[in-house]
Design a protein around this ligand. Structure first.
Ligand SMILES: C[S@@+](CC[C@H](N)C(=O)[O-])C[C@H]1O[C@@H](n2cnc3c(N)ncnc32)[C@H](O)[C@@H]1O
Length: 239
């Protein structure tokens, strides 16, 4: 039976034949050192923490996370077998181990324990997917995160100035307007809250030649699984 799921994602650079050029394109166009370092500093990996990278692509962020903390446990999730082949080569060359899962970001609970993951992060992936998928990916991350666990996102966020909006048109032309325009209008923090996350913050904004990249953080509330003392009266309200 043909694998129709293969048609359900946008590859790293919009077209499959461009995937081998992805790392070079990101390096040349996005000031990647600035936003990647800031994202990994925010993730602040600790020994033995289980950290999941959604839409890991060529695993640049996983390698950086493991270079910062070699004892962290990294899992990279991506539906594209071609990009995961590049990721496997790069991690082997870097001498680090990442567990790769070939699947979509909204299927985390079929591979990972519920309430079992310490941190989730994602870089430049959410502008590739429709709004309903952005939300289901956030819900999927919420399900696998431990109470108190954090999510960190680096992606094209709200394009606040006319210049940022104009520059972002290059990405929109490459990756499609349907999935990128909601990002440009600032949907990501709203969807994080819709998925149940608290403490949603836009931590930093990076101006790049192709629009602004925002860094967001949010938390699954530490008391999420605590039983309410008012449950006996028929409410789940958590004071
Ligand atoms: C622009 S690349 C970003 C790669 C990497 N995170 C980075 O920082 O360079 C976007 C990646 O998201 C993946 N992707 C697309 N749709 C996805 C989905 N629904 N779930 C998870 N990953 C997805 C693509 O295959 C691609 O590898």
């Amino acid at each position: 039976m043909p694998d129709t799921r293969a048609e359900n994602f946008t590859p790293a650079l919009g077209k499959h034949w461009l995937t081998p050029f992805y790392d070079l394109a990101v390096a040349l166009t996005t000031r990647e050192r600035a936003w990647r370092n800031a994202l990994i500093n925010l993730v602040a990996p600790e020994p033995d923490e289980h950290i999941v990278d959604i839409g890991c692509g060529t695993a640049t962020l996983d390698i950086a996370a493991l270079q910062k903390e070699p004892l962290a446990q990294l899992t990279g999730v991506d539906p594209d077998s071609n990009v995961l082949a590049i990721a496997a080569r790069k991690t082997a060359q870097a001498g680090v181990t990442v567990k790769f899962i070939e699947d979509y970001g909204d299927a985390l609970a079929s591979h990972l324990p519920r309430n079992g993951v310490d941190k989730v992060f994602s870089g430049l992936m959410l502008h590739h997917v429709p709004t309903r998928t952005k939300l289901s990916i956030f819900k999927s991350a919420f399900t696998v995160l431990k109470p108190g666990g954090m999510i960190f996102i680096a992606d094209f966020g709200e394009q606040k100035s006319w210049l940022a909006k104009a520059l972002f048109k290059t990405i929109q032309t490459l990756d499609g307007f349907d999935t990128t325009q909601p990002n440009a209008e600032g949907i990501l923090p709203v969807l994080l809250q819709d998925a149940g996350f608290a403490q949603v913050r836009e931590v930093k904004i990076f101006f790049t030649p192709v629009g602004t990249i925002s860094l967001y953080s949010a938390q699954k509330s530490p008391g999420h699984n605590r039983r309410s003392k008012y449950e006996q009266y028929g409410t789940t309200f958590q004071p």
